[in-house]
Design a protein. Structure first.
Length: 221
């Protein structure tokens, strides 16, 4: 199956299908506040990078875009917009930005390796897609990864800390909900990366089962 025919969620390059977003799911899902900050960064980087690069692939932009090294230009653009997002968030809430500094720095690399660049180039070469089609595909990829990250954190944080948090205040996060702790709640193992891997494995099992039931055509192709 070609890259441009890949399904955003069920395809082999999707966050769960190809584990392209596994690193962010593990690092940023311990707290909902981290997940929200990272999810906004994903939308920012994926959306603006795809828009800017789609312009360079247009008839006007092709005059300035070299034929060789386009993936490097795409990665540099993603890194630029990622840096702008980090700077803006650092100005608004320094501690919240500091807590997710590494995931925010990695978002441009995930954007470059997610297949977004290949899809944009394939659609632009076909001359059948406009800028909206090029951007919507990248935004759908970002939306899937962002939603998975937030859902993952909503499950993981209560199991780890008996709470749900949101980015803000001078402390970097504000706790918006507490849960009563019991003998098995919280299970602190889920606060560590090992616990995140256990949850991720459970998610992948559900994903593979659902894929075989509801979308078997992806494997056949």
């Amino acid at each position: 199956m070609s890259i441009k025919e890949q399904h955003s969620f069920w395809g082999s390059l999707s966050p769960l299908g190809g584990l392209s977003g596994a690193g962010l799911l593990i690092m940023s899902s311990a707290r909902l506040s981290w997940a929200v900050t990272t999810a906004l960064g994903i939308f920012w980087v994926y959306g603006l990078t795809s828009f800017a690069f789609s312009f360079l692939l247009s008839e006007t932009g092709r005059k300035f875009l070299p034929k060789l090294g386009r993936i490097h230009i795409f990665t540099c653009m993603a890194s630029f917009f990622g840096s702008v997002y980090l700077l803006l968030f650092w100005i608004l809430c320094p501690y919240a930005a500091y807590e997710v500094l590494v995931p925010l720095l990695l978002i441009p690399l995930f954007c470059s390796g997610s297949g977004t660049f290949e899809r944009i180039v394939s659609l632009s070469d076909s001359h059948t897609a406009d800028v909206f089609d090029l951007i919507s595909d990248a935004v759908s990829q970002a939306a899937i990864l962002a939603v998975l990250l937030i859902v993952f954190s909503i499950i993981r944080e209560p199991l780890s800390y008996c709470s749900l948090s949101f980015p803000g205040t001078s402390q970097g996060m504000v706790v918006i909900m507490y849960f009563k702790a019991g003998s098995l709640f919280p299970m602190e193992i889920f606060a560590a990366s090992a616990g995140a891997l256990l949850l991720l494995g459970y998610f992948i099992c559900l994903y593979q089962y659902s894929k075989s039931v509801f979308f078997p055509g992806e494997d056949e192709k």
